[in-house]
Design a protein around this ligand. Sequence first.
Ligand SMILES: *Cc1c(COP(=O)(O)O)cnc(C)c1O
Length: 370
Amino acid sequence: MVDLKSQYERYKSEIDAAIAEVLETTTYINGPAVKLFQEKLEKYLSVNHVIPCANGTDALQIALMALGLKPGDEVIVPAFTYVATAEVAALLGLTVVMTDVAPDTFNITAAHIEAAISDKTKAIVPVHLFGQCCDMEPILDLAKKHNLFVIEDNAQAIGADYTFSDGRKVKSGAIGTVGCTSFYPSKNLGAYGDGGAMYCNDEQLASDLRIIANHGQKRRYYHDAIGVNSRLDSIQAALLEVKLRHLDEFSTARQHAAAYYDRHLSALPGLKIPARQHNSTHVFHQYTLQVPAEKRDSLQEYLKEKGIPSMIYYPLPLNEQDAFRTCSRLASALPVTEQLCKTVISLPMHSELDEEQLKYICDVVKEFLG
Ligand SMILES: *Cc1c(COP(=O)(O)O)cnc(C)c1O
C-alpha cells in the first residue's frame, strides 16, 4: 500500500544527516530539532502554535482534555472513521454521538451534525477522511451558532487546502478550534516511528495543550492539572523536518497517481471513483473506490492473487463495534456508513508509484470488472 523504502532512498542523504545530528547532540527529548520542526510546521500551516506530541490519538485526547470537556458531555463524530477519533472521547467518559457521512466524499457534513446536536453537545470532530477536507464553512457556522468546539481530525489530510466562499485558503487542521494530526509512518507526513501534533491559533489554548501533554506542569515538578506524558522525540522531529520540506511534492505525486487511476478506471461499470469536493484540494491519503458489494471481496482476492495489495478502510462501522455499545448514541440511522463498509476498497497510494505500477494495477482491476 505504501513504499517507505523508495521514499527513504530518495532523501537518504538529507534524512541521515538530520538523524546523525541528533545523535551527535544527544538531546533525544525536547532537543532543538523538535523546536525547529515545530516552527517549520507553524509556518507551513500558517498557524500561531504547533504542539508536538507522541501520536495522533494522543493529540485528539489532549485536545478534548484541554477544552475542559467533562463526563456526560457529548461529542459528535462520524461513524465512518478510524477508531481513534471516538475512542479518546469514550476514554474520557464523554458520550460519542455517531453520525452518517456523505456517500460521495465519505465526510461528515453540517447537515449530519445539525441533526445530532442536543443540549449536551460540546464538540464536533470532523475527520478529513482519505485526504480531503470536510466542507468546513457551514460546519463552522453551525458550531458558532451552538457554541461548539471544532476539533479537526487531520491525521489523513495534512497539506490539503480548504477554500472559503470569500476566496480565503486555509490549511486543513488550521480551520477549527484545534487541529490534530498523526505522523504514523504510513501517513502523508510519516515519521520512522510514532508522532503527532496539535495546532491552533489561540495562545491560551496552546498553553493548556502544552501543559497537559507534559504531565500538567508549566514549571518542572509543579503540577497544575492532571496531564499525560506525550512527546515527539528529537530523532522523529529531525527527519519530519526534512520530509516537511518535500510534503507538497509528495502530495503532487499522490495527485498524479490518483489522476492516472481516474483516467483508467472511471468508465468501468459499477465502479465509482473518489469524488472531489469543489472547495478542498485532495492529498489522497487513500484512493478509495466504491464497487458493488457482491464483487468487493472477490476483487480484493483477485488483486491479491496478482500481487497487488489493497485495503478495506473501514470494514465495520464504529456503531457496530462492541467497544462502543455503552458509551455512544446514534444521531440517526447510518445507511451510507453501512453501505460504504461493504463497498469501499482502497488501492495502493503513495508518493513513489510509477506509471508501470499504476498501469498494472489498472489493468488488473479492468480485467476483473470490465
Ligand atoms: C491514524 C489516525 C489517527 C491516529 O493516529 P495515531 O498516530 O496512529 O495515533 C486518528 N484518526 C485518524 C482518522 C487516523 O487515520
